[in-house]
Design a protein around this ligand. Sequence first.
Ligand code: GLN
Length: 254
Amino acid sequence: MKKTIMQRCGAFIAALLAAAALFTACSKKTTEYVIATDTTFAPFEFQDANRQYVGIDIDLLAAIAADQKIAYRLEPLGFSAAVAALESNQADGVIAGMSITTERQKKYDFSTPYYDSGVVMAIRADNETIKDYSGLAGLNVAVKTGTEGATFAESIQAQYNFNLKYFEESPYMYEEVKAGGSVACFEDYPVMAYGITQGNGLKMVTGMEKGSSYGFAVLKGKNTPLLDAFNKGLANLRANGTYQRILDKYTKTN
Ligand code: GLN
């Protein structure tokens, strides 16, 4: 029996609806991971002239996600806020120049290390009086909440007898030292070295303290597929040269 136009149309529409339903079902299955990061921690994460987030962490994450076909949403929250978001399940992972420490490994699973770092003291560029930690006695020292730099400063505070002032973001810490509210700050070496080349007005007079390498973090025992994908992607980027290209892009300045 011949079908009427209406019947044909009906069948066509039904097929369309089924396809649409299938499409939504499938696209819903693609997990969009929430990845928390710091706000300003150049050259790892910072905003370019167009207010777009760029940097070693941001580019690595993007390249790994493309390699592993992962969808994600970037949340630049600040360092301690990013870690708090991870702990409260509001973020699936953190990439924020986050140091892999034994203390943190009790709570988080880290990727394979992707960048070696350490902590360094910085003072105002025109300060000629501070030569080492003993010069800090009785003075204020700026640190960033929840960081390895803060932990290091806390570990030598009693010995060198200084006061600690806490800041949520690296640039606030630098401003504090420039304005003279604190005589020094403790920051990750690669970040301070980069900042100095960008004219942040500070200088280093002591060597880098031994520190930990950076890793991508998830909550312990959670989001293992995400962590595995990160590690696989990172290995692929190291093998195909993309990892080195990203590092060079941000560290080989002029
Ligand atoms: N590497 C340091 C830490 O993990 C600082 C990270 C940051 O300030 N984004 O504590």
